[in-house]
Write a protein that binds this ligand. Structure first.
Ligand code: NAD
Length: 453
């Protein structure tokens, strides 16, 4: 029987006048939309958060790597139109899904954002359109979850529309690797789908890397991020060991890094944050459990990561000295974003650190030029002004996030007691007390007991 949709599927795909829909204008979606525009494509951005929608419409960027000027120009020229209305996607060629994939309270995959997106999208899906999932997720999601949900709209993937998966590798705040220069893995649920996504992404990205299935592409992303979780957790364990062995881990890493092959340096820190590294490996762990096996590396690394803030609290307690306790001590955190030079607080170890310090009775304040305020339970903390007096007055200053703009020398000069969880003070001497994570300052018996709690 002649299937008019299947025939029109290939005719509709016109690249010359390419129009792309991007669903979810967050840390991934907005930069991707701008990359599409830079490649000459027109973008319909779909966003359900009204605040973000109106900011985009006003040309006000909430993503650091996108300037207001670039956003305003895209909106004014009509290259970017932002809306919550999925029916606007009916005349685009490609639709890219960039919605969140967090964890449930039980630490299992929460794919509800993907499900909701597919349910909203399916009735507007048109023959010939290409749908690309970019959200990070467990192997099998595109095939088992997205495909059947979209097909409930009446069109078949690989026959009437194209379905693909392409993991996002964006690294917010990283100016050395531009989005379009990072090789882009692409995959499709059929060979035609792979061809379509390779063609479209070939316009946006410099290097496109086709792989044989969507499951492989999904798993590749989880491998990349699990690799980072495991290695950073290992270096954090090594940092704790160096404290015990009275070795300076930073010097150890520097020495090991001179090996030209077979070694890749990772840096210790107060805990891994962000929407990706602490979260994605648990998607893989869930997959392992689902298939009746386990992933002990991920479990151990997750545990090591989760316990880093407690370790830092114990080191601060030790640094305050035997005559002082955390109770009533004023602790000033410097930098609370999950990593340097960005404003993202998602899964930041500073959140746990603040909570633990407050539980010990400490009076916690913070300075972060990127994060004006933060909610901790029922209360809101506001970034303080970083004056010499603020630094002088703190019982202990803690460098949590080493933003490039921090006045490190002034911090070292004015803080009587300073704990540096990032080695931001490398090579500097302090007239007061200064300890670095993994710096090799031996723990007392008392703090060893605390660490093992
Ligand atoms: N942030 C990163 O650095 C990064 C890097 C690589 C991959 N990823 C992955 O990309 C995905 C998106 O992450 P993100 O950091 O951009 O998240 P985000 O929260 O910054 O952005 C997602 C956006 O989607 C919107 N949204 C949710 N449901 C929607 C719906 N049904 N329709 C339209 N909009 C909807 C949200 O309002 C939000 O603005 C996740 O799977 C994440 O794991 C993120």
């Amino acid at each position: 029987m002649h299937d008019k949709h299947a025939v029109s599927a290939y005719d509709r795909y016109v690249y010359e006048a390419g129009k792309v829909g991007v669903i979810g204008l967050g840390y991934v979606g907005l930069p991707l939309a701008m990359a599409c525009i830079r490649s000459g494509l027109q973008v319909i951005g779909i966003e359900i958060d009204e605040r973000k929608l109106s900011l985009v419409k006003d040309g006000k960027s909430y993503i650091q790597d996108i300037s207001d000027e670039e956003l305003t120009a895209a909106v004014r020229s009509g290259q970017l139109a932002a809306t919550a209305d999925y029916s606007q996607l009916m005349d685009v060629n490609g639709i890219v899904i960039c919605v969140p994939t967090p964890l449930t309270e039980e630490h299992t995959p929460d794919v509800s954002f993907i499900t909701n997106t597919c349910v909203r999208l399916r009735d507007h899906l048109q023959p010939g359109q290409l749908v690309v999932v970019e959200s990070t997720t467990y192997p099998g999601t595109t095939r088992e979850l997205v495909q059947p949900l979209l097909e409930q709209g009446g069109l078949t993937a690989g026959v009437h529309f194209h379905l693909a998966y392409s993991p996002e590798r964006i690294d917010p705040g990283n100016h050395s690797h531009k989005l379009q220069d990072v090789p882009k893995i692409v995959s499709g649920v059929s060979s035609d789908c792979l061809t379509r996504v390779t063609e479209l992404y070939g316009r946006i990205f410099r290097h496109v890397v086709p792989v044989s299935s969507t499951d492989i592409a999904e798993a590749a992303k989880l491998l990349e991020n699990s690799f980072r979780l495991i290695n950073i957790s290992f270096i954090n364990e090594f940092a704790k060991l160096c404290d015990e062995l009275q070795l300076n881990i930073w010097e150890v890493i520097e020495a090991a890094s001179t090996k030209p092959y077979g070694f890749m340096p990772f840096q210790p820190g107060p805990g891994i944050g962000g929407h990706c590294i602490p979260v994605d490996p648990l998607y893989l762990q869930w997959s392992a459990r689902r298939s009746g096996t386990e992933s002990r590396f991920i479990e151990l690394s997750h545990h090591t990561n989760e316990t880093m803030p407690r370790y830092i609290v114990n080191r601060i307690a030790r640094l305050l000295g035997p005559d002082r306790t955390l109770s009533g001590a004023s602790i000033l955190l410097i930098g609370i974003a999950y990593k340097k030079n960005i404003a993202d607080m998602r899964e930041s170890s500073a959140l746990t650190l603040i909570r633990l310090l407050q539980q010990e009775g400490a009076d916690v304040s913070y300075y972060d030029p990127y994060v004006p305020s933060v909610r901790i339970g029922a209360s809101v903390l506001h970034s303080v002004e970083l004056t010499d007096e603020t630094l002088n007055g703190a019982g202990c200053v803690v460098i949590h996030t080493d933003h490039a703009c921090l006045p490190i020398e002034r911090i070292v000069e004015n803080a009587a007691v300073l704990y540096d969880a990032r080695n931001a003070t490398r090579g500097m001497k302090s007239a007061g007390r200064l300890e670095r994570l993994g710096g090799g300052t031996h723990t007392s018996r008392r703090s060893r007991q605390q660490v093992s709690e």
